[in-house]
Ligand binder design. Sequence first.
Ligand SMILES: [Zn+2]
Length: 439
Amino acid sequence: MRLRYRYRLYPTPSQRQSLARTFGCARVVFNDGLRARKDAQLAGLPYLTDGQLSARLTAAKATPERAWLGEVSAVALQQALADVNTACRNFFASVNGTRRGPKVGPPRRRSRKDVHQAVRFTANAHVTITKGRKLRLPKIGDVPVRWSRRLPSAPSSVTVLRDATGRHFASFVVEADADPLPAVAREVGVDLGLTHFAILSDGTTFEAPTLLRDAERKLGRAQRALARKTKGSHNRTKARAKVARVHAKVADGRRDFHHKLSSTVIRDNQAVYVEDLAVSGLGRTRLAKSVHDAGWSSFVAMLEYKARRHGRTLVRIGRFFPSSQRCSTPDCGATHGPTPLSVREWTCRACGAVHDRDVNAARNILAEGQRLVAAGRAETLNACGGTVRPGRPLAGPRETGTHPTSRRLAARPVGIPGRQAGEDVKLMLMPTASAGPIG
Ligand SMILES: [Zn+2]
């Protein structure tokens, strides 16, 4: 499977400048390509092909207005054009209905003011790791890297990112083997809740990360300070950087929590059953802040790829399954109708059992998951015949850029399970999502 490994870069001041120039040139090429297509469309001319765009780039480099494009890596610029092509194709596929998932809007210009910048270098860009363990980037130099973990194989491409706090990262795409863990007998149902982050069917509870709440006062103060600053002033830039730092801290802490918990759950259980929550729906309700704070979807995505990599089974239970309304006592299963969220504990009218709301739900999820698997109706990740639901791709093969996807990518990397904490790896789900039976 293809995984994404991310490492912090520590470029020198002059390397930072070269990187900034590369980001800028890639952005200009992207915007030029987009405009060329739009202009052709408005003029009623035929669609500019990928090859025609590429030829235009070569021609532009020879003009005095765009001669400076020659100062940066040509591969990074070609990749920016590749992004234009992908964005256009995705948009057309979404319009004519051949693309699944949410609608994709028309490609948008990349902004100079976007705090997230990215460029991609492919294998033919001669990106190498030097003897001194630095990352050699074309026309930038040997950039010091903090190798927080070993790369499992030679990378096929590297994306260099700069986030809102000005940190640089190198994100490698590598081919990694499945790493099956020894089989265990335990299976578990996971209820994701608001009072606790997660409750397992065995009663173990994991508290929600209140990091965002804790940092909120600090964030509020920073944001108020930002609002007072004159637009375009240097102080405003500084205040904005401070807001970004608080946000980054929260995101890093949350990601770390999700990694540790998902690794534990996957390692200790052969099968994991989890409710398929309509997070985007809940996000529009009164519970929005808690839902977004909790970050369920990124957690479930981690469970999903870790299960895939380590030969575990992950089953999503349909979101209309009444997990909290049913008595979980075996042989009872009486349904009680919806109860308000404030009711934490209730007594079954049929069998008299006293249930904790969340543990009861987790037990029901476990039972329902096992029933679905036994009936062969589960959307298991590694069931024969491929997956019904391919899962959310976290990074595509052409994921660079300053569009929202890359923003998520920068803000929310996910890691590989396992034995170390704080690992920084990202999964790239194959477009076909054919993980194959590993469990
Ligand atoms: Zn009962």
